[in-house]
Design a protein around this ligand. Structure first.
Ligand code: UT7
Length: 333
């Protein structure tokens, strides 16, 4: 197996957090024209969690997930050198990572937000691994967190059935090259199709009364579900194959397939295309829906807690979503 790394990077611990309030398909069918049967058969989702408190934000979930990960390895927050918060639903457009840094007491950490929608956690792990493998930092906290319930049009049945709120976190540490576990990655962007999935900025129709200057607001989530579905099923398998082949590995080496939890039909179609047995798919979207940047670390944390993933097993992680962005990371656990 080839290795391109100068030093290694290893995931030491994972953590996660979801809001207490759950919203079932039946409850959604009371607000839009849909049914539990339609949602479950088309998506695999049964329920999702939503953040309901007036002052609650992505920061609160990010703090809980981070503390959960830190607690598992009894790491003091002051040992964290860098915090990367992957989110598309910050509570401050200037960034939310610094609020998490302050509230968890990571006094020595640099902190910044990374916006890449549902691919955010994959990009976060890849970014972290660069800082670790080139020796800049020793401990990095990568958080994937989103509260898209705040950006959903709850009268639009084509989107409001899909999304839920959550946060997941991973602590990644520099290690020797021999112990490297983030083996390689493959990332892509195609901005030609950005309008297929967006929370777009809209201008008010008239400018400021004295300045010729337009101001505006952010719209709700808009999605062309069919196009995003086709894109995911065609591009994600190619990305996974490219990443495996760069490591002289094949689909036979894969022990677990952990995809962004968008739709169970997408997970199965990608596994089918790759001839990966469905028993290797990690899925928890029936309980949480699509939690955007949180979906991969949330499912990863659950699989680790359930002792599914064993030492040295190969986990293929792939994210995809708005941008459009997509990418794969191959990890040896
Ligand atoms: O995280 C970012 C990535 N996002 C995704 O990966 C989303 C990918 N796309 C999808 O998961 C699927 O496209 C959806 C679940 C969003 C939609 O499933 P679909 O099988 O592609 O349905 P569709 O949009 O083709 O709609 C089929 C029918 C339409 O009715 P007609 O035109 O056939 O009469 C829709 O109006 O289903 C109707 N429909 C619904 N019916 C009941 C659409 N949404 C609903 C609904 N309940 N919630």
């Amino acid at each position: 197996m080839k290795s391109f790394m100068i030093q290694g990077a290893k995931i030491l611990a994972t953590g996660s957090a979801v809001p207490n309030s759950s919203l079932s398909n039946n409850q959604i069918s009371n607000i839009v024209n849909t049914s539990d049967e339609w949602i479950f058969t088309r998506t695999g989702i049964k329920e999702r969690r939503v953040l309901t408190g007036i002052n609650q934000s992505v920061v609160d979930l990010g703090i809980l997930a981070s503390m959960d990960a830190l607690k598992k390895i009894s790491m003091d927050p002051s040992e964290i050198d860098l915090i990367i918060l992957a989110t598309s639903s910050p509570n401050d457009l200037f960034g939310s990572a610094s609020q998490i840094q302050c509230k968890i007491g990571a006094t020595n950490a640099v902190a910044f937000d990374l916006t890449a929608a549902c691919s955010g956690f994959v990009l976060g792990i890849v970014t972290a691994s660069q800082f670790l493998q080139n020796g800049s930092y020793r401990n990095i906290l990568v958080i994937g967190a989103d509260v898209l319930s705040k950006w959903i049009d709850w009268s639009d049945r084509s989107t409001c059935i899909l999304f839920g709120d959550a946060a997941g976190a991973a602590i990644v540490q520099r290690c020797s090259n021999q112990n490297n576990s983030i083996l390689n990655f493959q990332l892509n962007t195609d901005g030609k199709y950005s309008e297929h999935l967006s929370i777009a900025y809209k201008n008010y129709t008239s400018p400021h009364s004295k300045l010729n200057l337009y101001q505006g607001y952010f719209n709700y989530v808009a999605m062309n579900g069919k196009e995003v579905y086709k894109f995911a099923v065609s591009q994600v398998p190619l990305s996974i194959l490219k990443c495996l082949s760069s490591l002289d590995m094949s689909v036979n080496d894969v022990d677990w397939l952990l995809l962004h939890q968008a739709n169970e039909r997408i997970l199965k179609a990608v596994a089918d295309k790759l001839s990966i047995n469905k028993s290797k798919i990690i899925a928890n979207l029936s309980k949480y829906g699509n939690t955007s940047a949180a979906s991969i670390p949330l499912a990863l944390d659950e699989a680790v807690q359930d002792d599914k993933i064993l030492d040295s097993q190969i986990v293929v992680i792939a994210g995809f979503g708005a941008g459009l962005t997509w990418g794969t990371v191959v990890i040896r656990w």
